[in-house]
Design a protein around this ligand. Structure first.
Ligand code: HEM
Length: 243
């Protein structure tokens, strides 16, 4: 199995041949119906991050918007919720990545970090350019999410320290923290639209919750990834473990 371009997912034997989706790459008739898209570690990272994001967004908005602030009251408590959720988020993300399937995390990072000619065509608007496990838009979403998480944590830590020591009060920290909130909200709305509403992509929800997606769907949206799975039958045993 090729780690640089392969995926953390694999074959699952099915009982009926997978229908070939229109426009998909042609592959051998494998007889499987589902392929593993995300390992348990990847899914846990996603949902820990998403849960923390929503608590931080909710508590942050209460601190930020005066009408919400006065409706809710209890500002010190909301501030504590905001701060300790951020701490718990950082600890949980590190624990899941370190104690979970580290190889899957490294492999996913490598996939996200690689933009080939098809990815560039996809970004120029050719949505039919064959894609790997993550399409080029998803790779950008991961990169933005990671960059925003780092900048949120940095500016949040400076705000917390600045309340205790004036030396940490840097101009622009509040602006950065607030601007990140607005931009990540816009990115998140697009992400949720594709994940939950848009009919052609919302089957992805099955992958990020249960781990598996229909093979014909995967072939249509991520042809190069499924072609790699076709070429690498040894991935099957490893993927069965779903770590
Ligand atoms: C209820 C809320 C959410 C739902 C239903 C959801 C759904 C999904 C789905 C279905 C995927 C897998 C897409 C695929 O198969 O490739 C995914 C991936 C991902 N999600 Fe979420 N998500 C949610 C919240 C969030 C939040 C809050 C963030 C970050 C702030 C986030 C960041 C990501 C990233 C970076 C990926 C990988 C790249 C991508 O697929 O775009 N998600 N999510």
């Amino acid at each position: 199995m090729s780690i640089a371009t392969g995926s953390a997912a694999g074959h699952v034997p099915g009982t009926a041949p997978a229908p070939q989706a229109a426009g998909s790459a042609t592959g051998p008739a494998t007889g499987r119906r589902y392929v593993r898209r995300f390992t348990r570690t990847e899914r846990s990272l996603h949902w820990v991050h998403a849960a923390a994001f929503f608590v931080l967004l909710g508590s942050g908005l209460v601190l930020y918007l005066p009408p919400l602030s006065s409706a809710v009251g209890r500002r010190p408590f909301v501030k504590d919720v905001h701060w300790w959720t951020a701490v718990a988020w950082a600890v949980a993300m590190i624990l899941v990545a370190v104690l979970g399937n580290r190889r899957a995390v490294v492999r996913a990072a490598r996939e996200v970090d690689t933009f080939d000619a098809d990815d560039r065509r996809f970004l120029r608007g050719n949505l039919r350019a064959p894609q790997g496990r993550f399409n080029a838009g998803q790779k950008i979403n991961v990169i933005l999410t990671a960059a925003f998480a780092f900048l949120f944590a940095l500016s949040g830590a400076l705000l917390w320290l600045g309340e205790r020591d004036h030396a940490f009060r840097l101009a622009g920290t509040v602006f950065l923290h607030d601007a990140l909130m607005y931009v990540s909200l816009v990115v998140l709305v697009g992400h949720l639209y594709l994940a939950v509403i848009y009919p052609r992509t919302r089957h992805a929800l099955r992958g990020i919750t249960l781990g598996m997606v229909r093979e014909d769907w995967a072939r249509e949206h991520h042809a190069k990834w499924v072609a790699e799975l076709d070429a690498e039958p040894d991935v099957e045993a490893a993927s069965e473990r779903d770590r």
